[in-house]
Each structure stands twice: as C-alpha cells, then as structure tokens.
Write a protein that binds this ligand. Structure first.
Ligand SMILES: [Zn+2]
Length: 360
C-alpha cells in the first residue's frame, strides 16, 4: 500500500494480509513472492503443502515442497511432473521476491507442511490440511504463532470429535479375535491413512502380516523407504481365499464395495475415516465396522489450534466454513471463508459417500 508521509514523499505502509496472499481461481496467490500455494491449475511457481492429489498437481514450472511431497508427486505423476523442483526442509527459510517462506510440520501425512509467509511485520500461515492428534507416520503438528491463520474446515462442526485412534484400533483387533474365520477388510485412503492404520496396529502389538490391495503398494513402500516401520506387509493378490481367514487387509475405500471383495472369506468391512462419526454415513456405505480415525483436526482440534496461534484474523477454507467462521467471530476474531475451489477431492475432504473414493 502506498501512502504519503508528512513531508509528502511516498512511503510504503504495512501491507494488508490480502496484499500478501490472495485467493484467486488458481488457488492462493502470493503476488509479492511470485508464487501460488497448492494451485489447482498449472502456474510458474508452486509451493505445495502435501502430496494429496487435490493439493499437489502436475504441470507447474517450479515446485517447492518437502522431499517427501516431491517424492510422492514423482511416484504418481512420473519424473517430469514439474519443470524444476526444490526440496525444502522443515524450519528452512527461503526468500522469494519480497517475502520469506518457512515450512513447518502439519501432522497430516508424511511430509505435510504448513507454509508461513512473512512480509515485513506480517506473518500468514497457510496450514494446508492438518491434525493435532498423534500419528506415528509423520512429524507432529507444530504450532506457529502468526497474524493470520488459514485453516481447513473439513470437520468444522461441533459434532465431529474424533476421539482416540488407538481405541478404534482396539475395536478392530477385538473384531479380528471374535471372527477368526472371517477376513477383515479395512477401507483407508491410500496416502497417509493406510500407513497410519498399519502403524497403529503395530503399536497395539499386532505383529501378523498385514495384507495390501495392489493400489497402495507403491506409496506404502515409499513410507517404508522414508524410515516409517510398518512390519511385514504382503500383497493380497494371489493369496488363497482360505488363507485370508483371520487376516487384516488394507484397501482403498472404493475397493471394499466391489467384486474384488469376493476373494475374501465372509469379509467384515471396516472403514477408517473421521466421517464414521456419522452413523448414517457408515450405514449408507455398507460399513460393518466404522473406525473413527481421521488425518484432519476435529472441531476441538481446529478451535484449540486457532486460539493457540494467537492470530487476530482467520481465513477458513475447504470444508464446513460457516460454523468455524461464526465461532471465530464470537471470540472477537476477524474471520472469513476463502471460497477456494478444487480441494477436498482425495482424502476425507471428499464429500462423496463411502465407496466412491477418487483413488483407483
Ligand atoms: Zn490432505
């Protein structure tokens, strides 16, 4: 913003947040830095928060992201997914144009990052998708004090309280013990959720081989290559039906409702998602064993995080914006929905019914 001082010479006043980051059709645009965050269309320079396909898309000129996010993009889109890439470590500061950016762990999936954008005295944190709950497969969420906090709102309603994921895993193991003659099929998103469920099973002491649908093999092996221990994993393909009795198989949600399930003996269908808090949703998807396990913050997590950042202004995006905007305003915070489009397609942001996962 240009103004005049008392001697009538032009000077630059503090920038307004919307001069630093601006929602446009392509995504969040940082004009003074010359980049977009998680753009939904090809741009010259993209800063990417994490590997889910609605945030990390191919075709950009330059991509800045964590090593893991770049690795996931390469896995999905091939070596030529961007003109050039730059791996950014958590905590590293990078100057882009007139702004400085810094990545901080978002606790959502392996390599997920919040992007802090600082310009003069103003700091805006674009958190991407995040969760404050513990997850053995990724770095824990880091609280970043800021002036403006951009929060997701996937589970931005007070009804969403995820509880303890370890309790849900105990429910699964109790069912496996109760039905040794049946197979257990757990629907889980291929990037992040599946690996977290496996790690939680291991943490609960389950040390038998865990079976995988072929569609999640590559990404799961990638997690292992990045140092996430997941125990013995086997592909379900080629295994005799009778040998799958008493076992646990992880599969993309879409696979748990198609003919692929016929290879399992009398399968118990489970689904790991924050949406499983809504019983109608589990019923509608034919889920016998709903497991409330989410990679997004629940209502308490969202509100506690917003408060803890100390931000005076909150921008709310992809999900149930209204309730969260209202909550912020009752706390005296300036808040507004961002109305960005194109997000929430891959993981739990997916508003479609269970069984219509974007994954193949
Ligand atoms: Zn995500």
């Amino acid at each position: 913003m240009t103004g005049k001082n008392r001697r009538n010479t032009p000077y630059i006043t503090d920038m307004r947040p919307q001069d630093i980051l601006m929602p446009v059709a392509t995504g969040l645009c940082c004009k003074p830095g010359g980049f977009h965050i998680d753009p939904v269309r090809p741009v010259e320079r993209a800063v990417i928060t994490h590997g889910h396909s609605d945030h990390a898309r191919p075709g950009h000129g330059a991509v800045l992201a964590t090593q893991e996010t770049l690795g996931m993009m390469r896995l999905r889109y091939g070596d030529n997914f961007a003109g050039s890439t730059q791996a950014v470590a958590y905590g590293e500061k990078i100057k882009l144009g007139d702004v400085t950016i810094q990545f901080h762990p978002a606790g959502h999936v392996l390599g997920s990052a919040q992007i802090a954008v600082s310009c003069k005295d103003t700091c805006i944190v674009a958190s991407g998708d995040y969760k404050d709950a513990p997850d053995p497969t990724c770095a824990p969420f880091e609280l970043v004090p800021c002036d403006v906090f951009i929060t997701e709102a996937t589970f931005g309603l007070p009804v969403f309280r995820h509880g303890n994921a370890a309790d849900e895993i105990r429910k699964l193991l109790a069912s496996v013990a109760l039905f040794p003659e049946r197979a257990h099929l757990v629907g889980a998103y291929s990037l992040g959720k599946a690996q977290r469920v496996i790690a939680l099973l291991r943490a609960a002491g389950y040390d038998a081989p865990i079976y995988l649908h072929g569609a999640m093999e590559k990404i799961t092996r990638y997690y292992e290559n990045r140092g996430v221990a997941l125990g013995e994993l086997r592909l379900v393909k080629g295994v005799k039906k009778a040998d799958l009795a008493g076992t646990i198989t992880l599969a993309p949600p879409s696979a748990t409702s198609d003919i692929w399930t016929r290879r399992f003996p009398d399968p118990v269908t489970a689904f790991a998602s924050g949406w499983m808090r809504v019983r109608a949703r589990a019923r509608q998807g034919g889920v016998e064993l709903p497991l409330v396990i989410s990679d997004h913050a629940d209502w308490d997590g969202l509100t506690a995080t917003i408060e803890a950042t100390g931000a005076g202004e909150v921008w709310v995006t992809h999900g149930q914006e209204d309730a969260l905007v209202h909550w912020c305003k009752t706390r005296g915070l300036a808040a507004r929905p961002l109305d960005l489009v194109g997000y929430g397609e891959e993981d739990e942001g997916d508003a479609r019914p269970v069984g219509e996962d974007a994954e193949t």
